[in-house]
Design a protein around this ligand. Structure first.
Ligand SMILES: *[C@@H]1O[C@H](CO)[C@@H](O)[C@H](O)[C@H]1NC(C)=O
Ligand SMILES: *[C@@H]1O[C@H](CO)[C@@H](O)[C@H](O)[C@H]1NC(C)=O
Ligand SMILES: *[C@@H]1O[C@H](CO)[C@@H](O)[C@H](O)[C@H]1NC(C)=O
Ligand SMILES: *[C@@H]1O[C@H](CO)[C@@H](O)[C@H](O)[C@H]1NC(C)=O
Length: 409
């Protein structure tokens, strides 16, 4: 199976390596290049395309009458967790809040303890000034407003087609679209610290946490079949580690989100960790420190990370795997793995969750991880040391995850 997604609104931090920087003064001169440059002639032609697709979905595609299931439902799946799962709810952490006014100071997972996670995170310019504070009902999309994307007019003129099993869909990630970072029991993640520096609005973003029904309705109206989104670990388990209570509001939220996707005739693809690693794993580290690998220190190398991730993954699967056909454990772990221990921990955490999914739950969907590879090519393909350098670069980008996971090497 091949999966391709277009990441919506990529965070600047994740795209650095894919950018080509051109200085404002243009390219430097290259006096050694003496061959005259070919001068193509350009002409203007107005752009047009004809629609070959005649079916439009002003409303969602009809939802299937029976929903396929891929794993046991929660009441049976939870028996495989082998730990007691308790649930709780917490409040909202609001701007300017400094007093932890809760009577449960002795409860390590109570309201006071939760509030102090935010107080200690010390968010700068924290704001909640979005448009919404509760779930928004979707409005229908008028057919007249539907504009189909143009044909692939930049495409090659040969006869390439997507293979039949190619899955084409639309993707977002929680940190990029949800907002509501400190509401309804979510606890701090690394991204509130990293991404906030120049853009306080990262706390609000597109308000998909309240606006998901509308967003899903619009995606379905465009004829999208697969919607990929991520769930923040810190919403499901505000205290992150194994044995801590599950946030009931978060479970209800993602149950409804998944059901809304299915009701709209689309398939959900769920990512467990898309950069928004719990802050607790790095709280005592300098998060701005330049990493050895990738771009940021998300605490994957923390000695408590594997157990905690596996517990979190199992809780997600117990709650949602019955209705979700495709799971992604990690999004682009290279960017946040920091060092070799982080890479090793990602591989072990992925492997344990994968085995739980297939061997314990006997689930029948697919599970993988999304690896990024900024593919290295040799400067001179006829020079052996250049070829070796490119191979080594690719080993350090891709192979150290892919070899053990896909090849058992
Ligand atoms: C703090 O909690 C107490 C008891 O629940 C309540 O009476 C009081 O109004 C609260 N104070 C603030 C500032 O919210
Ligand atoms: C916070 O807001 C002030 C005033 O708008 C601004 O100067 C500062 O850069 C902001 N800091 C952050 C971390 O966003
Ligand atoms: C590792 O994670 C634990 C939480 O499980 C935290 O208490 C500890 O400070 C973290 N270590 C570092 C170096 O950040
Ligand atoms: C191959 O490339 C390396 C590094 O760019 C260079 O030092 C070396 O001279 C090149 N070898 C040949 C045979 O061109």
């Amino acid at each position: 199976m091949r999966i391709a997604f277009i990441a919506a609104l990529g965070l600047a931090i994740s795209v650095q390596a894919q950018e080509i920087y051109i200085t404002t003064t243009g390219y430097t001169t290259r006096p050694q290049c003496t061959k005259s440059i070919a001068s193509p002639s350009y002409h203007f032609k107005s752009f047009s395309y004809s629609l070959e697709e005649t079916i439009r979905y002003a409303t969602s595609m009809p939802s299937p009458t029976t929903t396929k299931t891929y794993a046991p439902a929660y009441k049976d799946a939870v028996k495989h967790l082998k730990t007691t799962v308790s649930t709780s709810t917490w409040g909202n952490w609001l701007p300017g809040q400094t007093v932890i006014n809760a009577t449960d100071k002795n409860n390590p997972y109570g309201q006071a303890a939760w509030s102090s996670l935010w107080l200690n995170a010390g968010l700068q310019n924290y704001t909640t000034t979005g448009l919404f504070s509760t779930t928004v009902s979707p409005t229908p999309v008028p057919t007249s407003e539907l504009v189909l994307p143009p044909r692939d007019y930049f495409g090659p003129t040969d006869c390439y087609n997507f293979p039949n099993d190619f899955i084409f869909g639309v993707a977002g990630s929680a940190a990029q679209i949800e907002g509501a970072v400190a509401l309804e029991g979510r606890s701090p993640s690394l991204l509130e610290k990293l991404a906030a520096a120049n853009s306080p609005k990262d706390y609000v973003t597109d308000e998909n946490y309240f606006y998901y029904k509308q967003d899903i309705a619009r995606l379905a109206a465009m004829g999208v079949e697969y919607y990929s989104f991520s769930i923040p670990w810190t919403r499901i388990l505000p205290f992150v580690l194994s044995g801590t209570p599950v946030n009931k509001q978060a479970i209800d939220h993602y149950n409804d989100l998944i059901n809304t996707v299915l009701d709209a005739g689309m398939q959900p693809v769920v990512t467990m960790l898309h950069f928004d690693s719990p802050l607790v794993f790095v709280a005592s580290d300098n998060i701005a420190r330049h990493p050895h690998i990738g771009y940021a220190n998300a605490g994957y190398q923390n000695e408590t990370f594997v157990d905690a991730f596996v517990n979190y993954g199992k809780i997600l699967l117990a709650n949602f795997a019955d209705r979700v056909p495709i799971w992604v454990t990690f999004n682009e772990p290279l960017f946040y793995a920091f060092n070799f221990q982080g890479v090793d921990n990602v591989i072990h955490a992925h492997a344990q969750v994968y085995r739980f999914y297939h061997e314990e739950l006997k689930a029948t969907g697919k599970m993988s991880l999304k690896l990024n590879d900024n593919f290295g090519v040799p400067k001179n393909p006829k020079n052996n040391s250049d070829v070796e350098a490119a191979n080594r670069f690719n080993e350090m980008q891709l192979a150290f995850f892919a070899n053990p996971i896909f090849l058992g090497k």
